[in-house]
Each structure stands twice: as C-alpha cells, then as structure tokens.
Ligand binder design. Structure first.
Ligand SMILES: Cc1ncc(COP(=O)(O)O)c(C=O)c1O
Length: 361
C-alpha cells in the first residue's frame, strides 16, 4: 500500500476471471471457455479490417454515425438512440457510472454475469445479489429486493452462464413493476442466438426505464476487436455520451462492426450451426448422465454430481487439450460451462467426457 487511497469500493473488486486460453504443456488446445464463435467473423468484416489498415494515422469518427446508421437499419431502430462502446462492457460501464454512486444499490442475480458487481463497485455503489430459482431469474425476487436506494437492475437474457431465458411477458412485467427510480438494463450479449428475438428492443422503444446492450463479441465473432452498443431512451443516450471518450472506437473497430452487422447471412448461418450442435451436445451429455438446462445461448451448462466431479472432469479435459469454463465463481461449483464449438470440437468434448466417465466407472 502507498499513501494514495483509491475511491470507495475499488479495493473490494475481485479481478474478472476470463476463460483460460492455454494448458501447460499442451500445444494445440480447443478453447471452449469464452463463448466465442468457432467460425470467426464474417469475411466482410475481415475485409473491412484489411481495408482500414492504411487509414489508422487518421483519428476515427467521434459520433459513430455510420455504424449507428447501419445498426439502426438492420434492427429497425432509431440511430439517435444508439451508443457504441468498447465491447458491451463499456456501455454497461457508462450506464453504471452515470446513474450510480456511493450509497446506491445495483441488483443482479445469483448466477448473473460477473461484470455486474464489478461495475457497481467501480462506481462506489453496492451490488445486491438476488436469488434465482433453479438457475432461472425470478422477477418477483428482483422486485422484492428493490429499495429506495436501488438504481439499476442488470438482467442478461439469455443469461450467462446458465443459458436460461425469461419470456418477453416476464421481462415486461419486471419493467412495468420496477419503482420509477430504477433502470432496467437488458444485456443482450447472446440475443442473436435466439431466432426472432429482438433482445428487448421493442421494450426499450416503448418505455423510458429500459436500456438494452448488445455485442459484436459473440455471434459476430469479433471478441478480439472489442465493439458493443446500447439502445436507450434519447435522454439517457445524451447522458451516456457525455462520459464517453470521443475516440473510444477506432477506425478499424467501426469499419469491421459495420461490415459485420450488414452481413446478416453470416449471423443466420452461425445461429443455425449453433442450434444444431448445442442440441447435439446436450443430448450426448444427457446420455452420459450429465444434465443441462435448455440453453438459449452458444454454450451449455453441464451439471455434474458435485464439485469434485466437475473439477476432476475439467482437469481431464485439460489433459486432452480441451478448455472449458469452471463456474464456481457464479455459485455453480458443480457445473462446467462449455461453449458450442464447431462439429469437430463438439465431438472431441463429448468423446473426452465419455472417456472421463468410463475411467471413473
Ligand atoms: C452476459 C454478458 N454480457 C456482456 C458481456 C461482455 O461482452 P463484450 O464486452 O465483449 O461485449 C459478456 C461477455 O462474456 C457476457 O457474457
């Protein structure tokens, strides 16, 4: 420690644990720990990255007008109600920083995404964890936890790491019944994996207390480039833009995201592959006696007999060069979260889990 004292809450932050990418002594790993798209980004996005490489001596656009227009066109949304950030994480940070501070409470749920309490603490606010029921978010539990200090409710739909989802009716009921001083943040990082789902956009359009965030990191396959966006009432966008740095997104990020969002054929193909192999994985796991909830995202949450079995299976998978995600930090010590990879990765993970089970028998 030195003589400089950080702002309240900062030293309470436990560092974010990302998915592992390496196993000691194993050269060719299959990484299924960070919910990345196994097919990568659209070829159009890769071409846009190449095409902008020669322009990086110029500062990028500050208002992201072209990317916002493209997102607006593709999703049928007003571009003036869109804000872009360095991953959806940055948009979530804008919201938390703008609307919470010391003495305020931020609600997230029992198995909710681990950035929510981190963001609350960054702003000096108090994260409040609300129970789920069998790995599904409970609207009534959230409503019961609201106090006059609550400022934000974070809800990922589909959720990470459970993969479960609330119905549109339930999300609407939540938005309808929150106290007037509470903002509902719908995190749609995995929305594109659900065919026909708007991520909550219609709810945002219709109300003044709901914000939606989206990302280019998951189905768009651009996690390494860091681009996300939010859709909110205009008055909120105006607030968020005041704390956004003018050049938060580079020329390369903006061009790649615009090309990616315009290539919806890529999204459709990736979603179809994901749905196919997610179902196949869940069925094979069930045959091996490993349960999982119906996942609406690009991973499954495999539930083992107990923590010891989950950890032993994880170690065995690592020895085979397969990296999945432990989720004890999400109050799920008996589970492993496994990203849906391409066909060969899915087959490899099932073969390895089968071998693990046979060894233990
Ligand atoms: C539920 C959820 N929200 C937000 C994010 C952040 O994504 P990004 O900052 O890459 O857009 C993730 C990433 O894993 C996530 O799982």
């Amino acid at each position: 420690m030195n003589q400089f004292t950080p702002q309240p809450g900062i030293m309470d932050i436990a560092l974010y644990q990302g998915g592992k990418a390496h196993v000691e002594g194993v050269a060719n790993v299959i990484k299924l720990s960070s919910n990345e798209n196994p097919f990568g980004p659209s070829p159009a996005a890769i071409e846009a990255i190449r095409a902008t490489a020669g322009q990086v001596h110029r500062y990028p656009s500050t208002d992201h007008a072209e990317l916002r227009a493209a997102i607006g066109e593709v999703h049928g949304l007003d571009p003036d109600r869109i804000i872009c950030g360095v991953g959806s994480d940055e948009v979530l940070q804008f919201v938390t920083q703008a609307y919470t501070g010391p003495g305020d409470e931020v609600i997230y749920t029992e198995h909710g995404f681990s950035m929510y309490p981190i963001l609350a603490r960054m702003a000096g606010a108090t994260p409040v964890q609300v129970p789920e029921r069998q790995r599904v978010v409970e609207v009534d539990a959230i409503l019961a936890a609201c106090t006059e200090r609550t400022r934000i409710v974070f809800l990922a739909n589909p959720a990470n790491p459970t993969g479960t989802m609330l119905t549109e009716a339930e999300v609407t009921r939540l938005a309808d019944n929150l106290p007037g001083h509470v903002l509902l943040v719908l995190d749609g990082a995995y929305a594109e994996f659900v065919e026909g789902f708007d991520g909550g956009a219609a709810l945002v359009s219709a109300r003044d207390n709901v914000i939606m965030t989206r990302t280019f990191s998951k189905i768009y396959g651009l996690g390494g480039l860091r681009i996300g966006w939010g859709y909110a009432p205009r008055a909120i966008i105006d607030v968020l833009n005041r704390i956004r740095q003018p050049f938060n997104l580079s020329t390369v990020q903006l061009a790649a995201a615009e090309a990616a969002v315009r290539d919806q054929d890529w999204v459709v193909r990736c979603r179809a592959e994901n749905t196919l192999w997610r179902g196949w994985l869940a069925e094979r796991f069930a045959e091996l006696g490993i349960a999982s909830d119906q996942s609406c995202a690009n991973f499954i949450l495999a539930r083992f007999a107990d923590r010891a079995e989950a950890e032993a299976c994880d170690l065995f998978l690592q020895s085979q060069g397969l990296i999945v995600r432990r989720v004890a930090g999400y109050n799920l010590p008996q589970a492993l979260r496994i990203t849906v990879g391409d066909e060969s990765s899915c087959r490899a993970v099932v073969d390895a889990v089968r071998a693990f089970k046979e060894r233990a028998a």
